[in-house]
Ligand binder design. Structure first.
Ligand code: CAA
Length: 366
């Protein structure tokens, strides 16, 4: 990609649509069911509520609803959508991409490159990167891309990961950077590991919990090291209005922030301040949703962008088990201030029903 191509194809997020499913359960309710101290889930993991899907509601419904909201808000001519990329780890078929189910529901067909991206929770970010690079390269010939990150995160009942469960979707039209420009330069880090994986044919992930925490922290350290490079870390991070992370559970993010801060040689007080001011506020919606795998980071980014003035900057750290990570930087555009996509969350939270432990057990099939 040449600097010239980037200059003539302004690219970024043109609109955002979000969706949480119709059910939720508090982690205190789950703690009671599992005979755990609720404080382990609320204080130990930092969790609050888990979004849940009823039996007839899944990743296709989540992705489609978020996409409809993003397309409506974009307001563009649908024939300008030349790419549909869906990042997910909730595959519904080993061959047919999730994008085909979504395209069917949306009535999108024709000259559209439609596909699914898999790399655990990193898949949505890869789809965003592919869409931006496609536009910036000139190959898009001015067309826009619809990118969706959607997942239903469920663990086996009684698994230590169960309180971190969730579900949700974020859709973004990648076109003119009216909501945010996405910088073409980003900072990837990957290492092959078995920290969290789901063998073909199995319903639930297998997790090496302690290893997964360590991999996430190592990835964060290396990505932020690359972002800061030879600059003063304090000065480099002070340019950011918010720092967003993939949120498997909020305490994981705090641990990663401490790892990064310690790498920079900061005092615990200084790291705590960074977490309090620039990171924790971005996780408000995540804590009401739980882990939504590919969507988690983008739920946090959507939260951080709303209310920003033009030119304010945000960092976004994506992590996917296996593992691959990438740190992106974005710059708020003119439509960030109004943050219109907040109404999606307000609407979904107002209409969703809280389920009891007994109802949860029934639809999980005990
Ligand atoms: N009151 C307060 N805190 C308590 C407590 C109590 N009564 N009991 C325990 N705690 C604290 C513990 O001290 C611990 O805190 P620290 O880590 O700060 O010491 C915390 O609660 C968790 O306790 P455990 O370590 O005993 O928890 P666990 O082993 O039962 O499960 C887990 C933790 C391994 C992370 C589990 O939730 C899990 O498997 N999660 C899924 C994997 C995951 O999310 N990994 C994150 C990185 S991988 C990734 O990011 C991809 C992805 O999305 C999955």
């Amino acid at each position: 990609m040449s600097a010239h191509a980037a200059a003539v194809t302004p690219t970024g997020i043109a609109s955002i649509g979000l969706h949480f499913p119709p059910l939720a359960m508090s982690v205190e309710e789950l703690a009671q069911l599992r005979g755990e101290d609720p404080k382990k889930y609320t204080l130990g993991l930092g969790c609050k509520e888990m979004s849940l899907c009823p039996p007839d509601y899944g990743v296709v419904e989540l992705a489609t609803k978020a996409a409809q909201r993003a397309i409506r808000r974009w307001g563009g001519d649908r024939t300008r959508l030349g790419m549909l990329a869906v990042g997910t780890e909730t595959a519904v078929d080993m061959s047919r991409p999730l994008s085909a189910w979504v395209a069917d529901r949306l009535g999108l067909r024709g000259a559209v490159r439609s596909y699914e991206v898999k790399h655990a929770c990193y898949g949505g970010t890869l789809a965003v990167k592919q869409a931006t690079e496609w536009r910036m390269s000139g190959a898009a010939q001015g067309k826009a891309a619809l990118v969706i990150a959607a997942d239903v995160a469920l663990y086996e009942q009684g698994d230590p990961g169960e309180p971190t469960q969730g579900a949700g979707a974020v859709a973004m039209v990648i076109d003119e950077p009216n909501v945010a420009a996405i910088d073409s330069m980003s900072y990837p880090w990957s290492e092959p590991e078995f920290d969290f994986w789901r063998p073909v044919g199995t319903s639930y992930p297998l997790v090496d919990g302690p290893l997964s925490l360590e991999c996430y922290k190592r990835a964060a350290e290396n990505c932020f090291k690359a972002l800061v490079a030879k600059r003063n870390p304090e000065e480099a991070l002070s340019e950011l209005a918010a720092i967003c992370f993939h949120v498997p559970f909020p305490k994981m993010v705090k641990k990663a922030v401490f790892r990064v801060g310690e790498f920079f040689g900061w005092s615990p007080e200084k790291i705590e301040e960074l977490f309090r001011d620039k990171v924790n506020p971005t996780m408000v919606w995540n804590s009401l949703c739980g882990n939504a795998y590919t969507a988690s980071l983008w739920i946090s980014v959507a939260n951080a962008l709303k209310g920003l003035a033009i030119g304010q900057r945000v960092a976004a750290f994506s992590y996917g088990s296996g593992f691959g990570a990438e740190l992106l930087t974005l710059e708020a555009g003119p439509m960030a201030l109004a943050g219109a996509w907040e109404e999606d969350i307000e609407e979904d939270l107002a209409s969703r029903q809280q389920v009891t432990a007994a109802e949860y057990e029934t639809f999980r099939g005990t």
